[in-house]
Design a protein around this ligand. Structure first.
Ligand code: ADP
Ligand code: MG
Length: 589
């Protein structure tokens, strides 16, 4: 195939217009030749022989008449063993020294192999000569960290094949041939352990998509109990600057019950990204006792990198996630922050002089966001096993205004909304997810009648709290005051969670169920407390003990001691169940 070439006819920021001498395709990769450098770019618009490219590099030095070479290929990632533990930029360049140094960005025009070509992987064949296979069928496996990495028929092979030969058990690099496949015309295709896949095309080699019904336990109480996430589902975390989005994602990446975590850190402050990278290799995976990096891939772009690279990074991340899903694994993809990505789209749309939508975002913003989140999913693979990709994205709306287009477009497609509140963050109530404004369409482990009751207490307690600001405590009835104390209690001992306490930081499903039932006992109880002061003192006492309880090792000696103290405290003043809670408490028994 002869490759198309072209000449630069105009430069507008990161967008370069090119006159081409042949055919090019949308999303095809082109290289602009500047001196001895080849700057990677992607076709984003074609009008006759004029083509617009977005350049993944700083465009300084590019001038009219510079040569452009098109690759004939879409922007793609390398898939194969060796992706785990890697830190990549948006174009899948490995940045291994990243954690040690700050000036870590690669020189312009330098592109490295994503997968190491020297490493040898211990391949064990599972297919045999004569087998009939098609794309995504397993040919063999190699151990990668704690997983069996499936070596599959490359997804870009369109036909049915007969296995002509397969490598015997042994050590191979990703480039060595491990199988020869014969197609229906009798042509032979040599297959190695790696292949490329275009990032903007979803990987769909599965039997069927299933409805995400199984809960993904994050070990964050407010999420798992009140705002659950499903395996294969989607959620978003909008919040103003400094409200705790990044910390919450780090907590989830550490503790969520998934096999692999992929972090797409796109475009927040450079320092923050470096911090993430320094921290991650040191974090110990609570499940394996090894460093968390063993089952993590980080894709990172900071605000100092060109905007186009941010866009690439979310697609690179989701493609890698889909690849591991094909191995029957559960993957959590966290994108922080999708607003930076949307801003990149806005910038490029402006340069293309497209008709702008709301707040100058392109009119197709919604559909682009939707098609990104649609790549999440629980699927049943051809061999009957299941795999999932769960996607959680943060959104950082200017001024924390959730009415803006990116938040709104995201809310239309996700299954759960964990909205962070500026007020809660200011009061250092972490995680600062707003318990009443947020929602989830998924089912959690705890019966929703019970969690709804707790929410109703939060809601009423909040109302009483507002009223009390006007009329004071004296003007509030004891009954109302108790509702207020109960809602504050739920907040203090259940919604808030100390992500720096070794025990409280991650709370298992069993423990959540266990302590929620004690919490429910308290918030549904009527008490023989005769004054507001007595009530306040009593709840202070309960709260202090419950917080210590939260910090005690599950079912350890302290745990049992504190549980007894709390149950004794309840028994001392409980007289029955408040009106309206009889039914759920009868069911709880
Ligand atoms: P964002 O990403 O929303 O801008 P960050 O996640 O960086 O905000 O959080 C900003 C700061 O708030 C953190 O540096 C930390 O001091 C504090 N913070 C956020 N979440 C927590 C938490 N769960 N526990 C304790 N402190 C937190
Ligand atoms: Mg952040």
């Amino acid at each position: 195939m002869t490759k198309t070439s072209g000449k630069v006819i105009g430069v507008n920021g990161n967008m370069v217009s090119v006159e081409v001498d042949g055919d090019v395709a949308l999303n095809e990769v082109g290289y602009i030749l500047v001196g001895d450098k080849r700057l990677k770019s992607e076709v984003i618009r074609i009008r006759g022989s004029q083509v617009e490219l977005q350049v993944f590099e700083m465009t300084r030095g590019i001038g009219v008449d510079d040569q452009v070479e098109f690759s004939g290929e879409m922007l793609a990632v390398e898939l194969g063993p060796g992706l785990l533990k890697q830190v990549y930029d948006g174009l899948q360049n490995p940045l291994p020294q990243l954690a040690d140094q700050c000036g870590f960005f690669l020189d312009r025009g330098v592109y490295l192999n994503a997968l190491d070509r020297e490493t040898k992987w211990k391949f064990t064949p599972s297919a045999k000569t004569g087998d009939h296979v098609s794309r995504a069928d397993t040919l063999g496996t190699v151990p990668e960290g704690i997983f069996q990495h499936r070596i599959m028929v490359p997804f870009n092979l369109p036909d049915e094949y007969t296995v002509k030969s397969i490598a015997s058990e042994g050590e191979y690099t990703v480039e060595q041939t491990i199988a020869e496949l014969e197609d229906s015309k009798g042509d032979i295709h040599k297959v190695s352990m790696m292949f490329e896949w275009p990032v903007k095309r979803a990987i769909t080699n599965y039997e069927e998509r299933l409805k995400p019904t199984e809960q993904l336990i994050t070990k964050v109480r407010i999420i798992d109990t009140f705002l659950p996430v499903a395996r294969g589902g989607t959620f978003c975390v909008p919040g103003p600057f400094g409200a705790g989005k990044t910390v919450l994602q780090q907590v989830m990446s550490r503790n969520a019950e998934v096999d692999i975590v992929i972090v797409a850190a796109c475009g927040e402050r450079a320092g923050e990204v470096v911090e993430t990278l320094k921290e991650f290799p040191e974090l110990i995976d609570p499940r394996t006792g090894k460093t968390l990096m063993e089952r993590t891939v980080i894709i990172c772009n900071t605000s100092s990198m060109p905007v186009a690279a941010r866009e690439a990074s979310v697609y690179t991340a989701v493609t890698i996630a889909e690849y591991y899903r094909q191995m029957g694994l559960n993957i959590l993809l966290l994108a922080d922050s999708t607003s930076r990505w949307a801003q990149a789209m806005r910038e490029m749309s402006g340069r293309l002089e497209e008709i702008p939508g709301e707040e100058a975002f392109p009119a197709y913003l919604e559909s682009v966001i939707a098609s990104f989140y649609e790549r999440a999913g629980l699927v049943r693979l051809n061999d009957g096993s299941t795999g999932s990709v769960t996607i959680g994205g943060t959104v950082s709306p200017a001024g924390g205004n959730f009415e803006e287009p990116v938040t709104q477009a995201t809310l239309k497609v996700v299954g759960a909304f964990h909205g962070l509140s500026r007020d809660r963050a200011n009061a250092r109530k972490y995680p600062s997810i707003h318990p009443l404004d947020s929602w989830s369409k998924y089912e959690g482990a705890i019966d929703s009648a019970k969690t709804e009751y707790a929410r109703s207490v939060l809601f009423r307690g909040n109302e009483v709290g507002q009223m009390m600001k006007v009329v004071g405590e004296e003007g509030t009835s004891l009954e109302d005051y108790l509702v207020y104390l109960k809602s504050e209690f739920i907040d203090a001992v259940y919604l808030q969670q100390d992500s720096f306490d070794p025990v409280d930081a991650s709370v298992s499903k069993e423990r959540q169920e266990y302590i929620f039932s004690i919490l429910l006992d308290i918030i549904t109880a009527s008490f023989d407390l005769s004054s507001q002061k007595d009530a306040r003192d009593y709840f202070n006492d309960l709260r202090q003990n419950f917080k210590d309880f939260n910090g005690s090792e599950w079912m350890g000696e302290d745990f049992k001691k504190l549980e007894k103290t709390i149950r004794d405290l309840i028994a001392r003043h409980k007289t029955g169940v408040v009106h309206g809670a009889e039914k759920i408490m009868a069911e709880a028994r």
